[in-house]
Ligand binder design. Structure first.
Ligand code: MSP
Length: 469
């Protein structure tokens, strides 16, 4: 694999970013940074952005009393600002209101139409604006969408254009079973497999009632269904950004399981219909709650990533999010747990270790350090990151940190003569340098700070890495 193209979902701009969005984006950032080290920066393309059309966004703009374009410009800018603050290293930020993206969407729709994969028909169904889709009976609980119980469902009847998904589904199934693309983790693969096998209906891919969207090229009364418009961002970005055409297809597409159906079936159906190469991996991680409850406006428990970054520092926030629950599984986040973990792992753990070793090594000649072969450890670490995810990879680093901490207590190096002290310090410092290098994709600023302490001729007194809370 000579290149690495990684994507996050493009987030709806009906509201500002919260830590759910931050979670996926930070994970993607870790993989992008890691692959840049392995493959070289120019071999990685990391894409994120905003999903700006559709009924939900139009409604939010109206509620804010703003023209949709003005509104989406503002909210999209908030996303960009948050990603900048969180040190997200995306190579491009795509917006679906970008005219170049819209042109690609129209081009693809026209191609599907010309291939006779789109037809017009009447459609009647219950639409959930929260999901931006018509619901199937199994998705409705007590007359409401199971995921958005506070939103009134709308009975809609429209003339729509439909994609022949039923006809395409067997081809998708074949590709999935033949591993032409992979859906991970295993439970998600099984979920999508059984849903496809249970039967797939054609989907409507245009709206007449939603004006805020990309016009259907052959019938301007209709706009493109927001999900089709959005999915195509992953392709349009490679066409919009100079020199990225060869990055097609995506190597890793990250999201949570809430949007697996679109990414595990509809997306591939469109690509197969156009004889396009498929993404390699669709990874749908778990969904997390806050203190056991779904994050929602009405519960007032939506957490702003900026506030968390102000509390724990950017790297503190990145660490706490990445280690909050097992990658892939559902989980729960609580501020109490964050506080405990922050103090234990960061302030009293890594931060304290660095300052203890730096203090002992005040007179140490760093040039006497020989290069240590860390190939085995690097391999183990890389495998853990790629197979088990960021949380487990961080555990590998923290196992080293804990071993070093214990060794300091048992060795009591401060009691040693200079030569013996220097010998032990060589071991400690080499390990800390490995920690810094391995930590770089997860906590870039902390890694830099540790490298600064041990990277020159003489140890540089460290600034406090994490203030105790
Ligand atoms: N706009 C669509 C995606 C289009 S992609 C072609 C969308 N946007 S969204 O703003 O609702 O973002 C959903 C994504 O945000 C999830 O798939 C996940 O990546 C992230 N998360 C939002 N809340 C989350 C949690 N509570 N837990 C984990 N991930 C969360 O859907």
């Amino acid at each position: 694999m000579g290149k690495f193209y990684i994507t996050t979902p493009i987030y709806y701009v009906n509201d500002k970013p919260h830590i759910g969005h931050a979670y996926t984006t930070v994970v993607a950032d870790v993989y992008a940074r890691y692959q840049r080290e392995i493959l070289g920066a120019d071999k990685v393309f990391f894409l994120t952005g905003t999903d700006e059309h559709g009924a939900k966004v139009a409604q939010a703009a109206e509620e804010a009393g703003k023209e949709p374009q003005v509104f989406v410009d503002e909210v999209s800018a908030k996303y960009e600002a948050v990603w900048e603050k969180l040190n997200i290293s995306h190579d491009y930020f795509i917006r679906t209101t970008n005219p170049k993206h819209k042109a690609v969407v129209q081009d693809i729709l026209q191609k599907l139409y010309d291939k006779d994969l789109i037809y017009k028909a009447n459609y009647k169904g219950l639409y959930c604006v929260g999901c931006e889709k018509y619901l199937t009976p199994t998705e409705i609980e007590d007359g409401h969408c199971a995921l958005h119980p506070n939103i009134e469902l709308k009975e809609q009847e429209e003339e729509n254009y439909f994609l022949k998904l039923k006809e395409l589904a067997p081809k998708v199934l074949k590709a999935l079973e033949a591993k032409k693309y992979q859906v991970l983790p295993k439970e998600r693969y099984e979920e999508i497999l059984s849903r496809i096998k249970a039967g797939v209906e054609d989907i409507s891919i245009s709206r007449t009632g939603v004006k805020w969207g990309v016009p259907i090229p052959w019938d301007k009364e209709h706009t493109v269904y927001v999900w089709v418009d959005a999915l195509l961002n992953y392709y349009s970005a490679t066409q919009i950004v100079d020199g990225k055409k060869d990055f097609w297809a995506p190597d890793l597409q990250l999201m949570a399981k809430d949007i697996l159906w679109f990414h595990g079936l509809i997306w591939e159906a469109i690509l197969i219909a156009l004889d396009m190469e498929l993404p390699r991996i669709i990874f749908a991680h778990g969904f997390f709650t806050i203190d056991g409850k779904k994050m929602s406006k009405s519960l007032g428990n939506i957490i702003d990533p900026i506030e968390l970054a102000d509390t724990y520092g950017v790297d503190g926030l990145r660490y706490l999010l990445l280690t909050a629950f097992a990658f892939g599984n559902d989980g729960d986040i609580s501020m109490e747990k964050f506080d405990v973990k922050y103090n234990a792992d960061l302030a009293n753990g890594l931060g304290n270790l660095v300052s203890r070793v730096a203090k002992l090594a005040e007179n140490f000649d760093l040039e006497s350090l020989q290069k240590v072969d860390t190939k085995d450890l690097d391999e183990k670490f890389g495998k853990t990151l790629l197979i088990d995810g960021p949380k487990d990879a961080l555990s590998v680093i923290w196992a080293e940190i804990k071993t070093l901490d214990k060794a300091l207590d048992t060795d009591e190096p401060w009691k040693l003569e200079e030569d013996a002290l220097n010998d032990v310090l060589k071991g400690y410092i080499s390990k800390l340098k490995w920690v810094a290098k391995s930590l770089a994709p997860f906590m870039p600023e902390t890694a830099k700070k540790i490298e600064k302490v041990f990277g020159g001729k003489q140890v540089v007194k460290p600034e406090s890495l994490f203030r105790r809370r």
